[in-house]
Design a protein around this ligand. Sequence first.
Ligand SMILES: *[C@@H]1O[C@H](CO)[C@@H](O)[C@H](O)[C@H]1NC(C)=O
Ligand SMILES: *[C@@H]1O[C@H](CO)[C@@H](O)[C@H](O)[C@H]1NC(C)=O
Ligand SMILES: *[C@@H]1O[C@H](CO)[C@@H](O)[C@H](O)[C@H]1NC(C)=O
Ligand SMILES: *[C@@H]1O[C@H](CO)[C@@H](O)[C@H](O)[C@H]1NC(C)=O
Length: 307
Amino acid sequence: MHPLLLLMAFSISSTLIQQNFASTSHVNQYCRSYCGNITIDYPFALQYGCGHPGFRDLLFCMNDVLMFHISSGSYRVLEIDYAYQSITLHEPHLSTCDRIVLGSKGNGFAVEEWRSPYFNPTPDNVFMLIGCSPKSPLFQGFPGKHLPCRNVSGMGCEEYYGCPGWSLVGRGHMGSMFGLGPPECCAVPFEAIKSINLTRLECEGYSSAYSLAPLRVDGPSGWSYGIRVKYSVQGNEEFCRACEATGGTCGYGSDGVRQLCMCGNRNSTSNCDSASSSATRSGIWNTFGTVAGILISTLAWITANIF
Ligand SMILES: *[C@@H]1O[C@H](CO)[C@@H](O)[C@H](O)[C@H]1NC(C)=O
Ligand SMILES: *[C@@H]1O[C@H](CO)[C@@H](O)[C@H](O)[C@H]1NC(C)=O
Ligand SMILES: *[C@@H]1O[C@H](CO)[C@@H](O)[C@H](O)[C@H]1NC(C)=O
Ligand SMILES: *[C@@H]1O[C@H](CO)[C@@H](O)[C@H](O)[C@H]1NC(C)=O
């Protein structure tokens, strides 16, 4: 066979294969999106059918503002940290250092039962409950002064009372100062109560803070206010990793439960290399590429041998 013909046959068939490959790999971007300057990627998604099923019906993008919606309410997403697997939330009724919000309108933080394995506020996130009734479940089962209130990662109410917001509402740690019932503010980690529900806890308000600095920042004006939540797909990383490694995009079926790997023009229940699903256009193109390659090579061989 003439080397030039061989080269031609090879380049034609590889072009066909490359075209087919490009058409499947470009859908990799199908589920990734942006909302304002926040990148939305697996396990999160804005489209139904994209991402992990535990994260469905969760994020909404409105006028470039990313919203996170769970049973306790809606929050603005400040950040998604994919490396640390955390999402930072904020809402208007969350008290900060400058503004204490009373009136029991705050969301707190509570997720649907089915979603709860996927979201947990980080252990270094402090929830500070404000103006809770002495009858609050928070103070039950703690005889005497053994309240559940404590500092979390060096952040707590003693320091929080130093915030300017307190002077504006004309309140402070009077309760604890005069020994009249529970303190005006009680700091707890999320694990201690598992659900921050102001109605159930009979509290007037709440704040939530986290500290990103590895060293203790001085004072509550240096804390970051918001709810820092750790997310996880619960040891279910393998499916998506295998799917993406074969050029697919991770998603789930219309039942909202079963994970799917989207491979261009077909969906697979494992990954894009698997032969488990029926013939598809991409499969046909692959076959076509191979058949074309063989035909051209044969033609080249015949041509080379005849002439
Ligand atoms: C995104 O934009 C907001 C203001 O709209 C800004 O505060 C924030 O720092 C930006 N985040 C990133 C990661 O660029
Ligand atoms: C694959 O699954 C996604 C998400 O459920 C769906 O939108 C899409 O139509 C499916 N594609 C095929 C070819 O079945
Ligand atoms: C909060 O608690 C109240 C009273 O117990 C209950 O009716 C409500 O459904 C709870 N909210 C959430 C989001 O769990
Ligand atoms: C929390 O930390 C402050 C300042 O370091 C300290 O004064 C206070 O006693 C601590 N509170 C609790 C409940 O441990």
